[in-house]
Design a binder for this molecule. Structure first.
Ligand code: CA
Length: 468
């Protein structure tokens, strides 16, 4: 089983439950926002320090005019004691000490371990980011506004032109379309502009010493040490996201060991600095995940009036002919093209938004990053880069996202009404959407499982009436 790429699994309104781990991209985006916030706080901290320095300078300046006795008084005071290490710091230091045996047992040399791990500190920003729950989960259209913006498309076209020779070779060799690879590149790091701001060992060791994903993080940390040793890298140059994904297409160390190739033929596999290396390595990964050359990921469709929306759960695949019999057409009203693969209908924004028929290649992109909105963003930007048409149907932009408290209240109210939305955690996932569909069906509403403010209000009212 592939570990989640970046963050703890999450679920998100508007995302079909391809697995229990859907929604990771929203987490990632939320974490990136949080990271940016931390960045701002970092600036504030830096400014505070500057302020402190100014005060100290002032004190220093004043001190030069102090009487000699005052100086003596200051010097007579004992030096302040070093701050006591916190229990977390002690546990982290112990982990770094203990993990050495595991690493050496796996073939890491003492010199490699020392280069990566000596003097390593726990990173409290990484810890904070693992615990962040987004207050508002971005609606899918807001996400796509950035992910497939005109700027992203023109940058993608420029990137395709700049790497045209490498991309042609990669596509011929691995059978993954250049538009898909360039789209992943854009979605992951804005074509190499955002490579992450953490040291990979600091980030992974922080996730590895304690928390919910220590097993996963320990195996990635070991993979990162192997990578450092095999590739003769400099540990301090190995930057990554807070969750250990690195390079231009944000690969995990374990995936590097399985899939990384030298795309530019210089004898090195450098996913940070060489776009051909990063693109070719991602092509190997996508190909290994089952990308079928010459097949579509899917396309926009139009559903007939009175469609049974519970069929559009993103997971239940049917032969294309069966969807046609139910009145499903292309977005512009033509008969669905023949396809030997069964397809599932994905409604990213519920019954009022665009609908998509998705096939196996869509699921391959979900393996790269397990969130349907991420997969849609990659596939849609790839379509635009290939000159295919934009989404036809309008998004329900008047629908406001539910806050964390509102999502939690919705789950609690569904339980009160006898439904099973899963754990009350503010994440409307697979079970939450399934419960919502049942409630919608019982009320003769389109059973799309999409939580809106109107649905929330009605469910809360019913739960209150039931409670009184
Ligand atoms: Ca290379």
């Amino acid at each position: 089983m592939r570990a989640p790429r970046r963050c703890q699994p999450g679920e998100n309104p508007g995302i079909p439950p391809y697995s229990g781990r859907a929604g990771a991209v929203y987490w990632r985006l939320a974490f990136r926002r949080a990271e940016r916030r931390v960045g701002i706080q970092g600036v504030i901290r830096a400014l505070s320090k500057l302020g402190l320095l100014a005060v100290l300078s002032l004190v220093g300046a004043c001190a030069t005019f102090e009487p000699v006795d005052a100086h003596r008084r200051h010097h007579a005071q004992p030096a302040p004691a070093a701050p006591k290490p916190s229990p977390q710091d002690l546990a982290f230091a112990q982990f770094v000490k203990d993990f050495r045996a595991t690493a050496l047992g796996a073939g890491i040399t003492p010199a490699t371990y020392a280069a990566a791990m000596d003097g390593l500190k726990r990173n409290d920003r990484v810890e904070a980011l693992t615990q962040t729950q987004p207050e508002f989960v971005k609606q899918v259209w807001t996400y796509l506004d950035t992910a497939a913006s005109p700027r992203r498309v023109s940058d993608g076209q420029a990137a395709m032109a700049a790497q045209s020779a490498a991309l042609a070779n990669i596509e011929a060799k691995y059978g993954v379309p250049k538009e898909i690879l360039v789209s992943i590149w854009g979605n992951e790091t804005d074509f190499g502009r955002e490579l992450g701001s953490f040291n990979i060992f600091e980030a992974l060791a922080t996730l590895a010493y304690d928390g919910k994903r220590t097993d996963w993080a320990r195996s990635e940390l070991l993979a990162a040490l192997k990578m450092l040793q095999q590739e003769h890298l400099d540990a301090k140059d190995m930057v990554a996201s807070w969750a250990g994904a690195f390079g231009q297409l944000q690969m995990l160390p374990s995936t590097f060991l399985k899939s990384a190739v030298d795309g530019d033929g210089d004898g090195k596999r450098d996913l940070w600095h060489s776009a051909p290396d990063a693109l070719a390595s991602a092509a190997v990964e996508v190909s290994n995940d089952g990308w079928q050359h010459g097949r579509t990921w899917g396309y926009e469709i139009k559903l007939p009036a009175n469609f049974a929306y519970e069929l559009a759960d993103g997971d239940s695949a049917k032969p294309v002919a069966d969807w046609s019999k139910l009145g499903v057409t292309t977005a512009t009203g033509f008969a669905l093209p023949a396809n030997s693969e069964a397809g599932a209908i994905y409604l990213p924004a519920g019954a009022r938004g665009p609908a998509f028929l998705t096939f196996g290649n869509f699921k391959v992109i979900l393996k790269y990053n397990n969130a349907a909105s991420y997969a849609l963003a990659v596939c849609y930007l790839a379509d635009l880069l290939a000159g295919r048409p934009a989404i036809v149907a309008a998004w329900p932009r008047d629908e406001a996202p539910l806050s964390q408290d509102e999502r939690t209240a919705l789950q609690a109210a569904l339980i009160k009404l006898g439904y099973n939305p899963g754990k009350i955690d503010g994440i409307i996932g697979h079970d939450g959407k399934a419960a919502l569909r049942l409630w919608q069906k019982a009320h003769n509403l389109p059973a799309d499982g999409f939580p809106t403010m109107a649905v929330l209000a009605q469910i809360l009212t019913e739960a209150k009436q039931k409670g009184s």
